[in-house]
Design a protein around this ligand. Structure first.
Ligand SMILES: Cc1ncc(COP(=O)(O)O)c(C=O)c1O
Length: 389
C-alpha cells in the first residue's frame, strides 16, 4: 500500500475504534428519522401532479442558471416564495448546504467577524471557514455570551472596521430547540450586525401557513430587518433545493459572486414546478401541523415518564440522549431490527451521542407507542448485557 492509502487505513481504524464509523444504509422500517415532516415526499396529489408534468421538462437543466439552465418556473417559484415569506427577493440554488455555504462565503471575508452558535450546521461552519472570516463561537442559544463577544469586539474595534455577522438556525436539527428571537433582534438593533437565520427545519412546520419559526416568534417589521434567511426544499417540501431570501440588491450580489451558484449546474427543471405545487399544499396543512405537535408532545411525555433523557426540545425533533456511542449504536441497531428506523447520531455531527427521533405527519400514536415500548425493551436488553459482561 502507498503512503496515502496507509494513512487512510489508519484514519478509518481510528474512527472504528471510537465507535464512529459510518455506513450508508437504505430504508430500515417505519420512518422516525427523515426530515419529510409533512409527508410530502410521497404525497399522492404531489405524485399525481408530478406525473402530469414529466413530459414537459428535460431530465437535467444542462447548464448553470446564468448560462442555459434557468427556467421560467424557477423565476416564478422564487417570486412566489419571496412573497410567501414576505421578503423582497429569493434565490433558488441546488440545496440548503450550498445556500448556507455559498451565502456566507459571499458576504464574509478575512476582515469580518462571524459569530456562530456553537451547534450551527456544518454548511454554516464551512461557509465561515472558506470565507477566511474570524469565527467566534457562542455557546448554544446563549445570547448573553453572544453579547459579551459583541462587546469585546466593539472594545477591540470601536470604529467597526470589521463587519460583524451573526448566524443561527431557527430550529436546531440535532437538538430541537430554538433561539430567543425577540432578544436576538434587540441585540441586532444595539450592535448593528448582519443577521443570517437558517429556517431549514422550521419551514412548513411552524408559523402561520408554515412560514417558519420567525413568523411564530416575531412581528413582521422584525422579520424584515433580518438580512438573509435560508430555507431548504429538502425537508418539509419533500424535494431538493435551497432558497436564500434577502433584499433585491442582496440577490443581485449573490448572482454575481456566489461561486457554488455561478459554477454549478442549475437544479433539475421539474423541481421548481413541483416546489410551486408543494408551496400551495404546505400553506393549507394547518391541521397536519397541529396534529404533528400533538403527536410530538405525547411522545415527549411518554419518553420522559419512562425515564428516558431527551434534549430540551420544543419541537417535533426529539433527540434521546445516551451516554456512549456504543449504546446509541446498540439501540439504533435493535430498533431497526424491530422495524423502526431510528438512527444514531454521533460526534462530530453532535457533541454527545443520541438517537435523533424526528416525527412526521404519516406517523400515528400507535407508532409512537410502539417506539416507546421498543425502547423500554432495548434498555432492558442493554442492562442485561452489562450485567452478563
Ligand atoms: C440547519 C440546516 N441547514 C442546512 C441544511 C442543508 O440542507 P440540504 O439538506 O437542503 O442541503 C441542513 C441539512 O440537514 C440543516 O440541518
Amino acid at each position: 500500500m502507498s503512503r496515502h492509502w496507509e494513512e487512510i487505513q489508519r484514519k478509518l481504524d481510528s474512527i472504528k475504534e471510537k465507535q464512529l464509523f459510518r455506513e450508508i444504509k437504505t430504508y430500515l422500517g417505519v420512518d422516525f428519522c427523515s426530515n419529510d415532516y409533512l409527508g410530502l415526499a410521497t404525497n399522492s396529489s404531489m405524485l399525481e401532479y408530478y406525473r402530469s408534468i414529466t413530459d414537459l421538462y428535460p431530465f437535467g437543466s444542462t447548464a448553470s442558471r446564468l448560462v442555459r439552465g434557468n427556467y421560467d418556473s424557477m423565476d416564478l417559484f422564487e417570486n412566489e416564495f419571496a412573497s410567501f415569506v414576505e421578503g423582497e427577493a429569493a434565490l433558488l440554488v441546488s440545496n440548503g448546504f450550498v445556500a448556507n455555504f455559498g451565502l456566507i462565503d459571499s458576504i464574509a471575508a478575512p476582515d469580518c467577524y462571524v459569530f456562530t452558535d456553537r451547534l450551527n450546521h456544518a454548511s454554516i461552519l464551512d461557509g465561515i471557514r472558506i470565507s477566511g472570516a474570524k469565527k467566534k463561537y457562542y455557546n448554544h442559544l446563549d445570547l448573553n455570551h453572544l453579547q459579551s463577544l459583541l462587546q469585546k469586539a466593539d472594545a477591540e474595534d470601536p470604529t467597526k472596521k470589521h463587519k460583524r455577522i451573526v448566524v443561527t438556525e431557527s430550529l436546531f436539527s440535532m437538538d430541537g430547540d430554538s433561539p430567543d428571537f425577540p432578544n436576538l433582534l434587540k441585540l441586532k438593533e444595539e450592535y448593528g450586525f448582519v443577521l443570517v437565520v437558517d429556517e431549514a427545519h422550521a419551514l412548513g412546520v411552524y408559523g402561520k401557513e408554515g412560514k417558519g419559526i420567525l413568523f411564530r416568534d416575531l412581528p413582521i417589521e422584525s422579520i424584515k430587518a433580518i438580512d438573509y434567511r435560508v430555507y431548504t426544499l429538502g425537508k418539509s417540501f419533500g424535494l431538493e433545493g435551497g432558497i436564500i431570501v434577502t433584499k433585491q440588491i442582496g440577490r443581485d450580489h449573490l448572482v454575481n459572486v456566489m461561486r457554488p451558484f455561478i459554477f454549478s449546474t442549475a437544479p433539475l427543471p421539474i423541481i421548481s414546478k413541483l416546489a410551486i405545487f408543494a408551496l400551495g399544499l404546505v400553506r393549507s396543512m394547518e391541521t397536519v401541523r397541529r396534529d404533528l405537535q400533538t403527536l410530538a408532545k405525547g411522545l415527549k411525555d411518554l419518553l420522559t415518564s419512562n425515564g428516558f433523557s431527551i434534549t430540551n426540545t420544543a419541537s417535533h425533533i426529539i433527540p434521546l440522549l445516551l451516554p456512549t456511542e456504543k449504546e446509541a449504536l446498540f439501540y439504533a441497531k435493535r430498533l431497526q431490527e424491530l422495524g423502526l428506523d431510528v438512527r444514531a447520531i454521533r460526534p462530530p455531527t453532535v457533541p454527545t451521542p443520541r438517537l435523533r427521533i424526528s416525527l412526521n405527519a404519516k406517523l400515528t400514536t400507535q407508532d409512537t407507542n410502539s417506539l416507546t415500548s421498543a425502547l423500554v425493551q432495548i434498555r432492558q436488553e442493554w442492562n442485561d448485557l452489562q450485567i452478563a459482561s
